[in-house]
Design a protein around this ligand. Sequence first.
Ligand SMILES: *Cc1c(COP(=O)(O)O)cnc(C)c1O
Length: 328
Amino acid sequence: MPLLPMSVTPADLLEAEKIIEGHAHRTPVLTSSQANQLTGAQIYFKCENFQRMGAFKFRGAYNAISHLTAEQKQRGVVAFSSGNHAQAMALAGKELGVSVTIVMPHDAPAAKLAATRGYGAEVIIYNRQTEDREAIAAKLADERGLSVIPPFNHPHVIAGQGTSALELFREVGELDYLFVCTGGGGLLSGCALAAHHMAPDCVVYGVEPEAGNDVQQSLRNGERVSIPVPATIADGAQTQCVGELTFPIIRNYVKDILTISDQQLCNQMRFFMERMKMVVEPTGCLAASAVMQGNLPLKGKRVGVIISGGNVDAVSYADFIRRAEALL
Ligand SMILES: *Cc1c(COP(=O)(O)O)cnc(C)c1O
């Protein structure tokens, strides 16, 4: 298949790596002898659950805001998100002295509203049933001259997210496989570019929830497929359609997309809790679940896994753990 035109290059990732250095954490790469025993593989977990604000999204947000002109920074930025992108933008804006407006639904969890405001962002509430958040953001952008920074479909966001895999390859060297979760595909496309640059023989798989396999369908149909909002506990991967910019990169550099059930995500959360003493949010468990519960032939292989985030409220976490079965 000929390469499709792409909006992001490895040079953009290397630039992003320099920009975020000293601002984003260089997150740890952890191993687990129990995970290795279970799979027969040598697994390297890149732990973005330990990233600032608890997920890889700080990387893309910081890189994107940094690229604005002085005048754009002066005016401020706007984003629409009820999840990790909101907190990432709020924190990155605070660090860079740029005012941040976030459009959030009226029924967003109180903890997320508080966290976003806590980082100093202005929160504008909209009604999910009757109003369109993109239209609200566009109107704010228009009226106040704000720059819109979307959660995944943006070259500087994609490049920023890809620095997580770049760091993984720098630390552990070549890998046979890399597994990355996907919602809109910002993280997956960035990491696939990093793999292509650092270890061209590494086979990259994306992983998404069984209930919301839009990227899998898109890849198999050869064009972007839209689905209704999927019912899954993986709230970071409830996107309805892969991005216009992320899709060509995924088509060029990702082997296939695998899917995982909510039950498997709960099992994986329990494994991380019991065996590795880590809190990982459901979406953050997708890639690891594919490796540890997917029955793939990984014996003797060197396998990278991106753990994307760790933001989950305590009451939901307790519920997920209660539903989980032990993996070993
Ligand atoms: C946003 C998010 C994802 C999905 O990222 P995309 O770039 O939209 O594919 C996965 N995990 C976590 C924890 C997230 O916050």
